[in-house]
Write a protein that binds this ligand. Structure first.
Ligand SMILES: Nc1ncnc2c1ncn2[C@@H]1O[C@H](COP(=O)(O)OP(=O)(O)O)[C@@H](O)[C@H]1O
Ligand SMILES: CC(=O)N[C@@H](CCC(=O)OP(=O)(O)O)C(=O)O
Length: 305
Protein backbone atom coordinates (compact mmCIF):
# COMPACT_ATOMS: atom_id res chain seq x y z
CA UNK A 1 0.00 0.00 0.00
CA UNK A 2 1.31 3.48 -0.86
CA UNK A 3 1.57 6.23 1.71
CA UNK A 4 2.08 9.89 0.89
CA UNK A 5 5.86 9.73 0.51
CA UNK A 6 5.36 7.34 -2.42
CA UNK A 7 2.96 9.48 -4.44
CA UNK A 8 5.53 10.25 -7.12
CA UNK A 9 6.38 6.56 -7.41
CA UNK A 10 2.67 5.73 -7.69
CA UNK A 11 2.20 8.05 -10.66
CA UNK A 12 5.37 6.82 -12.32
CA UNK A 13 3.98 3.30 -12.08
CA UNK A 14 0.57 4.34 -13.43
CA UNK A 15 2.33 5.86 -16.46
CA UNK A 16 3.85 2.47 -17.27
CA UNK A 17 0.56 0.48 -17.15
CA UNK A 18 -0.76 -0.61 -20.55
CA UNK A 19 -3.96 1.13 -21.77
CA UNK A 20 -5.78 -2.24 -21.74
CA UNK A 21 -4.93 -2.78 -18.12
CA UNK A 22 -6.04 0.76 -17.25
CA UNK A 23 -9.37 0.14 -18.99
CA UNK A 24 -9.72 -3.15 -17.10
CA UNK A 25 -9.14 -1.39 -13.80
CA UNK A 26 -11.81 1.21 -14.63
CA UNK A 27 -14.24 -1.54 -15.67
CA UNK A 28 -13.78 -3.20 -12.26
CA UNK A 29 -15.64 -0.21 -10.80
CA UNK A 30 -18.89 -0.91 -12.67
CA UNK A 31 -20.57 -3.33 -10.21
CA UNK A 32 -19.56 -1.08 -7.30
CA UNK A 33 -21.00 2.00 -9.02
CA UNK A 34 -24.25 0.15 -9.75
CA UNK A 35 -24.51 -0.98 -6.13
CA UNK A 36 -23.79 2.46 -4.66
CA UNK A 37 -25.52 4.73 -7.17
CA UNK A 38 -28.04 7.00 -5.44
CA UNK A 39 -26.90 5.80 -2.01
CA UNK A 40 -25.94 8.17 0.80
CA UNK A 41 -22.29 8.05 1.86
CA UNK A 42 -20.97 9.96 4.87
CA UNK A 43 -17.23 10.60 4.74
CA UNK A 44 -15.42 11.67 7.89
CA UNK A 45 -12.29 13.56 6.84
CA UNK A 46 -10.02 13.55 9.90
CA UNK A 47 -7.71 16.46 10.64
CA UNK A 48 -4.73 14.10 10.68
CA UNK A 49 -5.54 12.89 7.15
CA UNK A 50 -5.57 16.41 5.70
CA UNK A 51 -2.06 17.57 6.47
CA UNK A 52 -0.49 16.77 3.07
CA UNK A 53 -1.35 19.06 0.15
CA UNK A 54 -1.19 16.35 -2.51
CA UNK A 55 -3.40 14.00 -0.50
CA UNK A 56 -5.90 16.82 -0.03
CA UNK A 57 -6.17 17.12 -3.80
CA UNK A 58 -6.62 13.34 -4.14
CA UNK A 59 -9.36 13.51 -1.51
CA UNK A 60 -11.17 16.33 -3.34
CA UNK A 61 -10.94 14.52 -6.68
CA UNK A 62 -12.29 11.31 -5.14
CA UNK A 63 -15.25 13.17 -3.65
CA UNK A 64 -16.06 14.77 -7.01
CA UNK A 65 -15.68 11.51 -8.91
CA UNK A 66 -17.93 9.64 -6.47
CA UNK A 67 -20.53 12.41 -6.76
CA UNK A 68 -20.39 12.33 -10.56
CA UNK A 69 -20.99 8.58 -10.70
CA UNK A 70 -24.13 9.09 -8.63
CA UNK A 71 -23.26 8.69 -4.96
CA UNK A 72 -24.77 11.18 -2.51
CA UNK A 73 -21.63 12.25 -0.68
CA UNK A 74 -21.59 14.25 2.56
CA UNK A 75 -18.28 15.28 4.11
CA UNK A 76 -17.93 15.79 7.86
CA UNK A 77 -14.54 17.23 8.64
CA UNK A 78 -12.34 17.28 11.72
CA UNK A 79 -9.38 19.53 12.38
CA UNK A 80 -7.79 18.47 15.67
CA UNK A 81 -4.17 19.20 14.57
CA UNK A 82 -5.23 22.51 12.98
CA UNK A 83 -6.91 23.60 16.25
CA UNK A 84 -3.77 22.51 18.10
CA UNK A 85 -1.60 24.72 15.85
CA UNK A 86 -3.83 27.74 16.44
CA UNK A 87 -3.80 27.16 20.20
CA UNK A 88 -0.03 26.81 20.30
CA UNK A 89 0.34 30.17 18.51
CA UNK A 90 -1.52 31.61 21.52
CA UNK A 91 0.78 29.77 23.91
CA UNK A 92 -1.94 27.25 24.81
CA UNK A 93 -1.76 23.46 24.72
CA UNK A 94 -4.75 21.21 24.13
CA UNK A 95 -5.83 18.75 26.80
CA UNK A 96 -7.87 15.64 26.05
CA UNK A 97 -10.00 13.28 28.13
CA UNK A 98 -11.01 10.01 26.41
CA UNK A 99 -10.14 11.54 23.04
CA UNK A 100 -12.28 14.66 23.64
CA UNK A 101 -10.75 18.14 23.80
CA UNK A 102 -11.24 20.01 27.07
CA UNK A 103 -12.84 23.19 25.71
CA UNK A 104 -12.85 26.37 27.78
CA UNK A 105 -14.38 29.64 26.48
CA UNK A 106 -11.16 30.83 24.87
CA UNK A 107 -10.57 27.44 23.20
CA UNK A 108 -14.15 27.44 21.88
CA UNK A 109 -13.52 30.72 20.04
CA UNK A 110 -10.48 29.11 18.39
CA UNK A 111 -12.39 25.88 17.60
CA UNK A 112 -15.20 27.79 15.90
CA UNK A 113 -12.79 29.92 13.87
CA UNK A 114 -10.57 27.03 12.82
CA UNK A 115 -13.29 24.46 12.05
CA UNK A 116 -16.09 26.68 10.75
CA UNK A 117 -13.73 29.11 9.03
CA UNK A 118 -10.29 27.92 8.02
CA UNK A 119 -10.73 24.15 7.62
CA UNK A 120 -14.24 24.18 6.18
CA UNK A 121 -13.30 26.92 3.71
CA UNK A 122 -10.24 25.00 2.61
CA UNK A 123 -12.15 21.76 1.98
CA UNK A 124 -15.00 23.52 0.15
CA UNK A 125 -12.41 25.30 -2.00
CA UNK A 126 -10.53 22.09 -2.80
CA UNK A 127 -13.68 20.22 -3.84
CA UNK A 128 -14.94 23.09 -5.96
CA UNK A 129 -11.55 23.52 -7.59
CA UNK A 130 -11.67 19.80 -8.47
CA UNK A 131 -14.96 20.36 -10.33
CA UNK A 132 -17.53 19.75 -7.59
CA UNK A 133 -20.06 22.07 -6.03
CA UNK A 134 -19.54 21.96 -2.26
CA UNK A 135 -21.38 24.05 0.32
CA UNK A 136 -20.09 24.43 3.87
CA UNK A 137 -22.34 24.41 6.90
CA UNK A 138 -21.98 24.00 10.64
CA UNK A 139 -24.43 22.63 13.15
CA UNK A 140 -25.80 26.14 13.62
CA UNK A 141 -27.01 26.34 10.01
CA UNK A 142 -30.72 25.58 9.67
CA UNK A 143 -30.67 24.40 13.33
CA UNK A 144 -28.92 21.23 12.24
CA UNK A 145 -27.09 20.02 15.38
CA UNK A 146 -28.61 20.52 18.83
CA UNK A 147 -26.56 19.58 21.87
CA UNK A 148 -26.51 19.62 25.62
CA UNK A 149 -23.33 19.89 27.63
CA UNK A 150 -21.46 16.59 27.66
CA UNK A 151 -20.50 15.07 31.01
CA UNK A 152 -17.96 12.29 30.46
CA UNK A 153 -18.35 9.18 32.56
CA UNK A 154 -15.09 7.97 34.10
CA UNK A 155 -13.85 4.73 32.49
CA UNK A 156 -13.04 3.13 35.87
CA UNK A 157 -15.69 4.55 38.18
CA UNK A 158 -19.16 5.09 36.65
CA UNK A 159 -20.18 7.36 39.55
CA UNK A 160 -17.51 9.91 38.57
CA UNK A 161 -18.20 12.38 35.76
CA UNK A 162 -15.71 14.70 34.08
CA UNK A 163 -16.66 18.26 33.13
CA UNK A 164 -14.65 19.06 29.97
CA UNK A 165 -16.18 22.47 29.31
CA UNK A 166 -18.03 23.50 26.15
CA UNK A 167 -18.18 20.04 24.56
CA UNK A 168 -21.51 19.02 23.13
CA UNK A 169 -23.48 15.83 23.54
CA UNK A 170 -25.69 15.57 20.43
CA UNK A 171 -29.39 15.53 21.35
CA UNK A 172 -30.95 16.11 17.94
CA UNK A 173 -29.92 16.33 14.30
CA UNK A 174 -32.18 17.91 11.74
CA UNK A 175 -30.76 16.81 8.39
CA UNK A 176 -33.15 18.85 6.22
CA UNK A 177 -30.47 21.35 5.12
CA UNK A 178 -28.19 18.47 4.12
CA UNK A 179 -30.91 16.65 2.20
CA UNK A 180 -31.96 19.88 0.43
CA UNK A 181 -28.35 20.42 -0.66
CA UNK A 182 -28.08 16.83 -1.89
CA UNK A 183 -31.30 17.25 -3.87
CA UNK A 184 -29.82 20.33 -5.50
CA UNK A 185 -26.73 18.39 -6.57
CA UNK A 186 -24.41 19.98 -3.98
CA UNK A 187 -21.84 18.33 -1.72
CA UNK A 188 -22.46 19.34 1.92
CA UNK A 189 -19.31 19.88 4.01
CA UNK A 190 -20.24 19.85 7.69
CA UNK A 191 -18.22 21.36 10.59
CA UNK A 192 -18.71 19.63 13.95
CA UNK A 193 -20.12 22.56 15.91
CA UNK A 194 -23.45 22.40 17.70
CA UNK A 195 -25.52 24.77 19.78
CA UNK A 196 -27.70 24.44 22.86
CA UNK A 197 -31.09 25.84 23.91
CA UNK A 198 -29.41 29.13 24.94
CA UNK A 199 -27.75 29.48 21.53
CA UNK A 200 -24.28 28.76 22.98
CA UNK A 201 -21.82 27.10 20.62
CA UNK A 202 -20.29 23.73 21.53
CA UNK A 203 -17.33 21.77 20.24
CA UNK A 204 -18.23 18.23 19.12
CA UNK A 205 -15.88 15.45 18.13
CA UNK A 206 -16.16 15.11 14.36
CA UNK A 207 -16.42 11.31 14.52
CA UNK A 208 -19.54 11.68 16.67
CA UNK A 209 -21.16 14.09 14.18
CA UNK A 210 -20.30 11.81 11.25
CA UNK A 211 -21.79 8.77 13.02
CA UNK A 212 -24.97 10.61 14.06
CA UNK A 213 -25.46 12.11 10.61
CA UNK A 214 -24.99 8.71 8.97
CA UNK A 215 -27.62 7.33 11.35
CA UNK A 216 -30.28 9.99 10.77
CA UNK A 217 -29.71 9.95 7.01
CA UNK A 218 -29.98 6.15 6.88
CA UNK A 219 -26.65 6.18 5.07
CA UNK A 220 -25.44 3.15 3.18
CA UNK A 221 -21.86 3.78 4.24
CA UNK A 222 -19.81 5.67 6.78
CA UNK A 223 -16.13 5.96 5.84
CA UNK A 224 -13.71 7.51 8.32
CA UNK A 225 -10.35 8.68 6.95
CA UNK A 226 -7.59 8.81 9.53
CA UNK A 227 -3.80 8.71 9.76
CA UNK A 228 -3.33 5.03 10.48
CA UNK A 229 -3.93 1.78 8.56
CA UNK A 230 -7.06 1.07 10.56
CA UNK A 231 -7.61 -0.37 14.02
CA UNK A 232 -4.53 -2.18 15.28
CA UNK A 233 -4.43 -5.01 17.81
CA UNK A 234 -2.04 -5.26 20.78
CA UNK A 235 0.73 -6.49 18.44
CA UNK A 236 0.25 -3.56 16.10
CA UNK A 237 -1.41 -5.68 13.40
CA UNK A 238 -4.31 -4.38 11.31
CA UNK A 239 -7.70 -5.82 12.27
CA UNK A 240 -9.64 -5.93 9.01
CA UNK A 241 -12.95 -6.59 10.76
CA UNK A 242 -14.13 -5.75 14.27
CA UNK A 243 -17.36 -6.51 16.11
CA UNK A 244 -18.97 -5.28 19.33
CA UNK A 245 -17.41 -7.91 21.62
CA UNK A 246 -13.92 -7.45 20.18
CA UNK A 247 -14.21 -3.69 20.64
CA UNK A 248 -15.15 -4.14 24.33
CA UNK A 249 -12.04 -6.31 24.79
CA UNK A 250 -9.76 -3.80 23.04
CA UNK A 251 -11.08 -0.98 25.24
CA UNK A 252 -10.81 -3.05 28.42
CA UNK A 253 -7.17 -4.02 27.81
CA UNK A 254 -6.19 -0.48 26.80
CA UNK A 255 -5.37 -1.30 23.14
CA UNK A 256 -7.69 1.49 22.01
CA UNK A 257 -6.88 4.96 23.28
CA UNK A 258 -7.00 8.68 22.47
CA UNK A 259 -8.80 9.71 19.28
CA UNK A 260 -9.58 6.08 18.42
CA UNK A 261 -12.05 5.90 21.35
CA UNK A 262 -14.72 8.33 20.03
CA UNK A 263 -14.06 7.01 16.51
CA UNK A 264 -14.80 3.39 17.41
CA UNK A 265 -17.77 4.30 19.60
CA UNK A 266 -19.32 6.37 16.79
CA UNK A 267 -18.55 3.71 14.19
CA UNK A 268 -20.19 1.02 16.31
CA UNK A 269 -23.26 3.18 17.05
CA UNK A 270 -23.67 3.80 13.32
CA UNK A 271 -23.35 0.08 12.50
CA UNK A 272 -25.90 -0.80 15.22
CA UNK A 273 -28.35 1.80 13.96
CA UNK A 274 -28.50 0.36 10.44
CA UNK A 275 -25.65 1.94 8.49
CA UNK A 276 -24.76 -1.00 6.24
CA UNK A 277 -21.00 -0.57 6.02
CA UNK A 278 -18.75 1.33 8.42
CA UNK A 279 -15.04 1.57 7.60
CA UNK A 280 -12.03 3.21 9.22
CA UNK A 281 -9.44 3.68 6.47
CA UNK A 282 -5.95 5.10 5.96
CA UNK A 283 -6.28 8.64 4.65
CA UNK A 284 -2.54 8.70 3.89
CA UNK A 285 -3.13 6.38 0.94
CA UNK A 286 -3.77 8.37 -2.26
CA UNK A 287 -7.34 7.83 -3.54
CA UNK A 288 -8.17 5.65 -0.53
CA UNK A 289 -11.88 6.35 -1.01
CA UNK A 290 -11.86 5.04 -4.58
CA UNK A 291 -10.02 1.95 -3.37
CA UNK A 292 -12.56 1.35 -0.64
CA UNK A 293 -15.69 2.09 -2.63
CA UNK A 294 -14.98 1.30 -6.27
CA UNK A 295 -12.57 -1.65 -6.23
CA UNK A 296 -12.61 -5.22 -4.91
CA UNK A 297 -9.72 -4.42 -2.56
CA UNK A 298 -10.68 -4.27 1.11
CA UNK A 299 -8.83 -1.54 2.99
CA UNK A 300 -8.70 -0.58 6.66
CA UNK A 301 -11.06 -1.89 9.33
CA UNK A 302 -14.73 -2.69 8.84
CA UNK A 303 -16.87 -2.30 11.97
CA UNK A 304 -19.82 -4.64 12.37
CA UNK A 305 -22.31 -4.81 15.23
N1 LIG B 1 -5.64 0.41 18.64
C1 LIG B 1 -5.45 1.49 17.87
N2 LIG B 1 -5.38 1.33 16.53
C2 LIG B 1 -5.18 2.38 15.72
N3 LIG B 1 -5.02 3.65 16.18
C3 LIG B 1 -5.09 3.88 17.51
C4 LIG B 1 -5.31 2.80 18.41
N4 LIG B 1 -5.33 3.33 19.67
C5 LIG B 1 -5.12 4.64 19.56
N5 LIG B 1 -4.98 5.00 18.26
C6 LIG B 1 -4.69 6.36 17.81
O1 LIG B 1 -5.84 6.95 17.22
C7 LIG B 1 -5.39 7.87 16.22
C8 LIG B 1 -6.52 8.25 15.29
O2 LIG B 1 -7.42 9.11 15.96
P1 LIG B 1 -7.30 10.70 15.81
O3 LIG B 1 -5.93 11.15 16.17
O4 LIG B 1 -8.42 11.33 16.55
O5 LIG B 1 -7.45 10.90 14.24
P2 LIG B 1 -8.46 11.72 13.34
O6 LIG B 1 -7.93 13.11 13.25
O7 LIG B 1 -8.39 11.01 12.04
O8 LIG B 1 -9.85 11.67 13.96
C9 LIG B 1 -4.25 7.14 15.58
O9 LIG B 1 -3.34 7.98 14.91
C10 LIG B 1 -3.58 6.42 16.75
O10 LIG B 1 -2.54 7.20 17.28
C1 LIG C 1 -14.65 17.60 21.44
C2 LIG C 1 -13.55 17.40 20.47
O1 LIG C 1 -12.64 16.64 20.72
N1 LIG C 1 -13.62 18.09 19.31
C3 LIG C 1 -12.62 18.02 18.29
C4 LIG C 1 -13.22 18.55 17.01
C5 LIG C 1 -12.32 18.34 15.81
C6 LIG C 1 -12.09 16.88 15.52
O2 LIG C 1 -12.80 15.98 15.92
O3 LIG C 1 -11.00 16.70 14.71
P1 LIG C 1 -10.34 15.29 14.27
O4 LIG C 1 -11.37 14.52 13.56
O5 LIG C 1 -9.22 15.74 13.41
O6 LIG C 1 -9.85 14.58 15.51
C7 LIG C 1 -11.36 18.86 18.68
O7 LIG C 1 -11.53 19.91 19.30
O8 LIG C 1 -10.25 18.44 18.32
Amino acid sequence: MFVNTDVKELYEQIATISPNLKAGILAEALPHIRRLQGKTIVVKYGGNAMTDEYLQQCFARDVVLLKLVGLQVIVVHGGGPQIENALSRMGKKGEFVQGMRVTDKETMVVVEAVLGGQVQGQIVGLINHAGGSAVGLSGRDANMIRVKKLMLQDTHDASVQHDIGQVGDVTHIDPSAVTALLKGGFIPVVSPIGFDEHNHAYNINADVVAGELARVLNAEKLVMLTNIKGVLNKDGELMSELNNAQIDDLIADGTLSGGMLPKIASALDAAKSGVNAVHIIDGRVPHCMLLEMLTDTGVGTMITQ
